[in-house]
Design a protein around this ligand. Structure first.
Ligand SMILES: [Zn+2]
Length: 240
């Protein structure tokens, strides 16, 4: 699966052996590992924002405190020239795009809200990485996208009121996102449906703190216990 992984490890061992170094190779790296690429000039301010807020580090720390991965997944912040953030199973890389922030700043107002939306994106991509790690049998792109959204909600709800605020900000940003004209080919649910699914879980998890969502979420599915229990069941082999 990972060409980078399989070529790097043996070559390091060979180099150590050739150098006559008696120390055994250290344990293979594992867990979510943040990295930054130099940004394109147009993305320099976005890159500074991500670094200053340490969003990849903070997400990786929370994920690693919760889960013990069998190998390393890089969380790579980089300029993507509009490709959009994503997870690449070949390289086991989450690519978090500096240039996504241009679009996010059109949807939300404050730096705090931008950070909230990017954190939700990070956890969504981590959800894809975990579908890959666990080889979960999602039948179809849409089902995996929905599961990745539910993983993002789970991570944020686990963080308590601050995470709940971030989830709510991300949901409201989806609600303000215009529908994609290529909607039929987009693997994600329409933005309004993604917003509704997040708000459903949020109200289900903390109804007292989000009492104003009662009417908008009445009868919604999957419910918070269903979503939480499904992911917790799937994550069982990795839970610390
Ligand atoms: Zn996705």
């Amino acid at each position: 699966m990972s060409r980078r992984w399989k070529t790097l490890v043996p070559s390091v061992s060979v180099l150590l052996a050739l150098a006559g170094c008696g120390a055994p190779p250290g344990p293979a790296p594992r867990g979510f590992a943040p990295r930054y690429e130099e940004p394109a000039a147009a993305d320099a301010a976005h890159a500074r924002f991500l670094r200053a807020r340490r969003l990849p580090e903070r997400a990786a720390d929370a994920l690693n405190a919760y889960l013990d991965l069998p190998y390393q997944v890089t969380v790579l912040a980089r300029s993507c020239a509009g490709e959009g953030s994503g997870y690449d199973p070949e390289t086991r890389r989450i690519e978090l795009c500096y240039d996504d922030l241009t679009q996010e700043r059109e949807l939300v107002t404050t730096d705090e809200e931008v950070a909230d939306v990017m954190t939700e994106t990070l956890y969504h991509e981590a959800g894809h990485a975990l579908v890959d790690v666990l080889d979960l049998p999602y039948g179809g792109d849409r089902a995996e996208e929905d599961a990745a959204d539910r993983f993002a909600a789970l991570m944020l709800i686990r963080e308590g009121p601050d995470g709940e605020r971030a989830l709510r900000t991300a949901a409201e940003a989806y609600a303000r996102t215009p529908p994609d004209p290529d909607d039929g080919r987009d693997e994600h649910a329409p933005p309004a449906a993604r917003a509704a699914a997040h708000l459903c879980l949020l109200h289900g998890a903390a109804p007292e703190r989000h009492a104003d969502l009662a009417d908008r979420t009445r009868g919604c599915t999957p419910t918070w216990p269903q979503a939480r229990d499904a992911w917790t069941h799937d994550l069982a082999p990795l839970l610390r």
